[in-house]
Every structure is written in C-alpha cells, then in structure tokens.
Design a protein around this ligand. Structure first.
Ligand code: HEC
Ligand code: HEC
Length: 284
C-alpha cells in the first residue's frame, strides 16, 4: 500500500517536471525552424553540432557562433532557463552585457515562452562538448558592447509574437515562422548604414545583402513569378524551377531549416508571404 503510494508520488513528480521542463523533441524541431545549427557549428568535416566556431563575416567584422552545448565551462552548462530566455528575448548576456545582432535576437525575441522552454530543453539534452569559444574580430568601434545599447534603443523592440485576431490560424502560424524562428527578414529586409532594418521595406529584398550579394524580394511583387508548388520545391530542395541551384547563403537556410519543416508549416509560411503587401523591387 505504502509502496503504491510512493510510486504514485514518483509518477506525479515526473509528470510535473516534464511539464515544467519543456519538450526536447519539440525543441529539436524548433531549433531546425530557427536554423540554430548553421551559426553554432564550425564549417568543416566532422565538426561537433552546436559546439560553436562558425565564422560569420559581416561589414562590422567576423563573429564566431559560440558553443551552445551544456558543457560547464565551454558552453551553457552553468546557465539557467531564465538566462536563456533573457538572451533570446532581450539580447542580454547573463552578466547584463548586450549581444551583437549577428545573433538574430531581434527576430528571436518574437519566439513564444512555450517554444523558448522547449528549445532550452533540447539544448540541455545535447552532449556537452569542451570546444572553447573564440573572440569575435570586430572593427572599431564595434568591438565595444556598450555601443550596442544605442543600436538596440533605435532598432530593437523586444516581445513575443502575438496572433493577429481575424487573420486565421494558418496565416498567423506562417507569420510566426517567418518573423520569429525563421528570421527571414535578417537577410531579406534592407538595412540602413547603421545596420538597422528598414521597417518600411520589410522582406522587400536588397541589392546589398550578406557578402554584398543581392537578396530577392519575398513580397508578391517578385514571388508571384512562382506557383505555390514551385515555392515549396525551392524551400525543400534549394533548386530553382529554372534549373539553377540557389546561392549558398540561402542553400544553407534550406539545408538547416526550411527542408526540415513539416508540410503544414511550409504551406503556412508560403501563404503568409503571399498575403504581404507588394513592395517595390530593391533599387540600389
Ligand atoms: C545568423 C547566425 C545565428 C543563428 C541563426 C543563431 N545564432 Fe545564436 N548566436 C550567434 C552569434 C554570432 C552569437 C554571439 C553574439 C555575441 O557574442 O554578441 C550567438 C549567441 C547565442 C547565444 C548566447 C551564447 C553565449 O555563450 O553567450 C545563445 C543562447 C544562442 N545564440 C542561441 C541560439 C539559438 C537557440 C538559435 C536558434 C533558434 C540561434 N542561436 C541561432 C549567431 C546565430
Ligand atoms: C542568411 C541569409 C538568408 C536568410 C536567413 C534567408 N534567406 Fe532566403 N535568400 C537569401 C539569398 C542570398 C537568396 C538569393 C539566392 C540566389 O540568388 O540564388 C535567397 C533566396 C530566397 C528565395 C528564392 C527567391 C527567388 O525567386 O530567387 C526564397 C523563396 C527565399 N529566399 C525564402 C526565404 C525564407 C522563407 C526565409 C526564412 C525562412 C529565408 N529565405 C531566409 C538569403 C537568406
């Protein structure tokens, strides 16, 4: 009798902690939707996933994606869930310093609380890896994190995504995937000379994207040239309907992220892009 009661208590405790802790399996899918792997894994044969070291070249200098595994010294082993939520939602390090927006927290701030909890459960479940982080190599004055306070004041508005009433579940899901986890605007929205996104030209593309290459307009002005089936194929295979292979910057997004989306999520993403106001093609 006593033993049965004990088992019941144990079961209740396990159930309770499963709820409190977030779902690592769901978190894995969300990390794919967010493309976390690409920026947090060194670009070489046999690199350990999420152990950091990926070089990201930007006009401000070279960033190295840090180690996200739960190693106590090299990774996030000493972090609490609250530290993780603050990093993603507010772009702040546990010691209060600002992150550079090369970490796309201006988009990730839109991720919901429940999804952040699941992402954290997934990262916690990774094998700890001791790969040490590298210091970023940045141009003056970008090496100073306090400069970022001004940038964030101008361009960063924290807060989780909220469904727009009356828009329907699929369009809201698509908007969430594009704006929050998919961070499509980080490359497809043009920026001003301070690296701030142009709010009036969201997803309108730019002639000067990452690596100085052009990034296409994702509003209907340009995307109307593809059917839904063609767009789905592009995002699933990285092959263009005209037989071209998509440029590597986007091919990586396809490999790490959009090809892993389930059919309903992919369809929602496309439906949302279709629903955007058509914006003019980028000029410069
Ligand atoms: C476009 C590249 C990119 C993507 C995609 C990306 N990150 Fe990062 N992340 C970075 C960079 C660069 C930094 C370091 C920023 C700094 O030092 O200011 C960073 C830092 C972090 C940190 C802080 C780590 C530390 O040691 O302080 C966390 C946590 C994090 N990222 C989680 C994620 C998660 C979760 C995802 C996917 C949902 C993700 N990142 C996707 C580039 C990226
Ligand atoms: C890291 C930067 C980056 C991110 C993030 C990114 N893209 Fe792209 N995307 C590009 C570049 C660069 C191209 C142009 C590729 C080429 O010219 O072959 C492109 C091309 C495309 C195309 C092909 C359009 C055409 O007609 O040529 C589609 C569709 C697309 N992106 C959708 C998305 C969606 C949806 C997301 C978010 C899930 C996204 N992209 C996130 C950089 C990015």
């Amino acid at each position: 009798m006593l033993r049965a009661f004990g088992a019941l208590l144990l079961a209740a405790a396990l159930l309770g902690s499963a709820q409190a802790q977030g779902n690592a399996k769901r978190g894995e899918y969300l990390s794919q939707a967010g493309g976390c792997l690409g920026c947090h894994t060194e670009k070489k044969e046999g690199a350990v996933p999420y152990a950091g070291g990926r070089a990201l070249h930007t006009p401000f200098g070279t960033f190295y994606g840090p180690n996200l595994t739960p190693h106590p010294d090299a990774g996030l082993g000493k972090w609490s869930e609250a530290d993780f939520v603050r990093a993603m939602r507010e772009g702040l390090r546990p010691d209060g310093a600002h992150y550079f927006p090369a970490f796309p927290y201006p988009s990730f701030t839109r991720v919901t609380d429940a999804d952040l909890r699941d992402l954290w459960a997934y990262l916690r479940a990774l094998p700890p890896n001791a790969r040490p982080n590298q210091a970023h190599e940045l141009r003056f004055p970008f090496g100073f994190r306090f400069v970022l306070a001004g940038w964030k004041w101008l361009y960063f508005s924290p807060g989780a995504f909220r469904d727009e009433p009356g828009r329907g579940a699929a369009l809201n899901r698509g908007a969430y995937l594009v704006q929050a986890l998919g961070h499509c605007g980080e490359c497809h929205t043009p920026r001003n000379f301070l690296g701030g996104p142009r709010r009036d030209l969201q997803l309108a593309g730019t002639a000067k994207g990452p690596d100085g290459k052009s990034v296409p307009n994702l509003t209907p002005t340009h995307l109307r040239k593809w059917s839904d089936a063609e767009l789905r194929d592009i995002l699933q295979t990285g092959l263009m309907p005209d037989g071209d292979v998509i440029a590597e910057t986007m091919a990586e997004v396809v490999r790490n992220s959009t090809e892993k989306l389930n059919p309903a999520d992919l369809a929602a993403m496309i439906a949302y892009l279709r629903s955007l106001a058509p914006l003019p093609e980028p000029k410069d």
